[in-house]
Design a protein around this ligand. Structure first.
Ligand SMILES: NC(=O)c1ccc[n+]([C@@H]2O[C@H](COP(=O)([O-])OP(=O)(O)OC[C@H]3O[C@@H](n4cnc5c(N)ncnc54)[C@H](O)[C@@H]3O)[C@@H](O)[C@H]2O)c1
Length: 354
C-alpha cells in the first residue's frame, strides 16, 4: 500500500473555539489520517504562546503575512478560526498564496463580502470550505440520513429548536456586545440544519426579541420558512430559556412526513414513527473524543466529523457540502431573517447565482 502524503495546514486564530479544531486535527494526525498543523498565527502573543505550548507547534507568528511568507509553497491549507471581521482580509491573503481555505462561520459580514470572497477563491483556484459543523453533529446527521433514506416519505413539516439558558457570554464575551446576536451566531447553524433537511428556502418570516438586558443584540428568534419543495419549517432559537434540564448545545428536531414522523428528542433519542402507530427508538449519542468535556461533547465530536470529511474531500478532490457557494445560501437566510424581523414582512432570501 502506498503511503499517503501528509496534508500540511496552518491555523490562524488561536481563540476559544480553535482549541477544538486543533485537538481534532491532532486526533486525525494520531489516527494516521496524514494531516498536520505545522504553523500557528494569532495577533495576541499570549494566545499564540498558549497554543504553541499546548500543541507543540514551534512555527508561531503574530502576522498572517509573515506566516505565509515563511511557508511559501509548503502549505496545503489554512484553517481560519478568527471572528468574522478579519475574514475579509485573511481569506484573500490565503487565496493569493494558493492554499485551500477552511473558514469559520459566519464567513462574511454581508452577502456582498461573501460573493467577493467566493469570487477571489475561485479566481485563485483554491477551495473555500466553511466550518459549519452543526449538520455534522451525530444526532443531527442521523436524523438527516433517516429522512433522506425515505423512511417517513415526503416531509411536509419540520421544526428545529434550540432553546437554552447556557451562559455563552462567559467564554465568548464579544457575543454580549454584538448588535446582531442569536441569528448571526447560533441561528446560522440551525438554519443550515433546516437547509440540510429540507432544501432551499423560497421565503421566510421572523420575529426576534431581547430578554437579557445586559446584552446588545437579540437572544430569542422564531422563524417560519417555506421551502422550495413546499415544506414548511419552524426554526426557533433562544438563549433566554430557563430549564432545569438544559439541553445545551443540542438541537431538537421534528419532521412530519407522509409515511411517518421523526422526533430527535433531548439526550440523543431519535424516534421513527410509522403510519401503523409503531415507533422505533434509536440512541444517536455521539462518540465523545477523548478530549471532549461536558456539555460540549456533541459540538466537539462534530468538529472532528467536519474536519475528517474535509480531509477526505481534499484527498478525493471533491467539494465539501458547506463550501462557500452553498454556505452563501445559509448566510442569506440570516440576512433575510434580520430584514423580516425589522419589517414584520415575509422576505425572499438571496440565493447564490439565482
Ligand atoms: N462552529 C461552531 O460551533 C463555533 C463555536 C464557537 C465559535 N465559532 C466561531 O469561531 C470564530 C472564532 O470564535 P471564538 O469564540 O474562538 O473567538 P475568539 O475571540 O476567542 O478567538 C479569535 C482569535 O483570533 C485572533 N485574531 C483575530 N483577528 C486576527 C488576525 N487578523 N490575525 C490573527 N489572529 C487574529 C484573536 O486574537 C483571537 O485569539 C467565530 O467566527 C465564531 O462564530 C464557531
Amino acid at each position: 500500500m502506498t503511503q499517503q502524503r501528509t496534508v500540511r495546514g496552518a491555523l490562524i486564530g488561536c481563540g476559544f473555539f480553535a482549541e477544538n479544531q486543533m485537538r481534532a486535527w491532532r486526533d486525525l494526525h494520531e489516527m494516521g489520517k496524514g494531516v498536520e498543523i505545522v504553523a500557528l498565527c494569532d495577533r495576541d502573543p499570549q494566545r499564540l504562546a498558549y497554543f504553541r505550548d499546548l500543541f507543540g507547534v514551534e512555527a508561531a507568528y503574530t502576522e498572517a503575512e509573515t506566516l505565509f511568507a515563511a511557508f511559501a509553497g509548503e502549505l496545503d491549507f489554512v484553517d481560519i478560526a478568527t471572528t468574522t471581521p478579519s475574514h475579509a482580509a485573511l481569506v484573500p491573503l490565503a487565496a493569493r498564496h494558493g492554499v485551500d481555505i477552511i473558514c469559520q462561520k459566519p464567513f462574511a459580514g454581508s452577502l456582498e463580502n461573501a460573493s467577493r470572497l467566493i469570487a477571489q477563491c475561485s479566481a485563485s483556484r483554491v477551495s473555500l470550505g466553511i466550518h459549519e459543523n452543526f449538520r455534522w453533529q451525530h444526532a443531527v446527521r442521523q436524523t438527516i440520513e433517516t429522512l433522506r433514506s425515505g423512511r417517513i416519505g415526503r416531509p411536509f413539516f419540520g421544526r428545529i429548536s434550540y432553546r437554552s439558558g447556557f451562559d455563552v457570554y462567559a467564554a465568548q464575551p464579544y457575543l454580549a456586545r454584538a448588535e446582531r446576536f442569536i441569528l448571526e451566531d447560533l441561528g446560522i447553524h440551525v438554519l443550515d440544519i433546516a437547509r440540510a433537511l429540507f432544501g432551499e428556502v423560497a421565503r421566510l418570516s421572523c420575529e426576534t426579541t431581547r430578554i437579557n438586558a445586559a446584552i446588545a443584540g437579540e437572544d430569542v428568534a422564531t422563524l417560519m420558512l417555506q421551502h422550495d419543495d413546499g415544506i414548511t419549517s419552524v426554526v426557533d432559537c433562544s438563549y433566554a430559556t430557563r430549564l432545569a434540564d438544559d439541553p445545551f448545545p443540542q438541537s431538537l428536531i421534528e419532521v412530519d412526513g407522509v409515511h411517518g414522523s421523526l422526533r430527535l428528542r433531548q439526550d440523543f433519542v431519535l424516534e421513527i414513527h410509522d403510519t401503523g402507530g409503531h415507533c422505533v427508538v434509536q440512541t444517536v449519542r455521539p462518540e465523545p473524543p477523548a478530549w471532549s468535556e461536558s456539555p460540549w461533547v456533541p459540538i466537539q465530536a462534530s468538529v472532528l466529523a467536519f474536519q475528517a470529511d474535509w480531509l477526505e474531500a481534499y484527498r478525493q478532490n471533491r467539494p465539501i457540502e458547506t463550501r462557500g457557494e452553498d454556505n452563501y445560501n445559509t448566510l442569506a437566510l440570516v440576512e433575510a431573517a434580520y430584514e423580516a424581523a425589522a419589517t414584520h414582512q415575509s422576505v425572499i432570501p438571496e440565493r447564490w447565482n439565482r
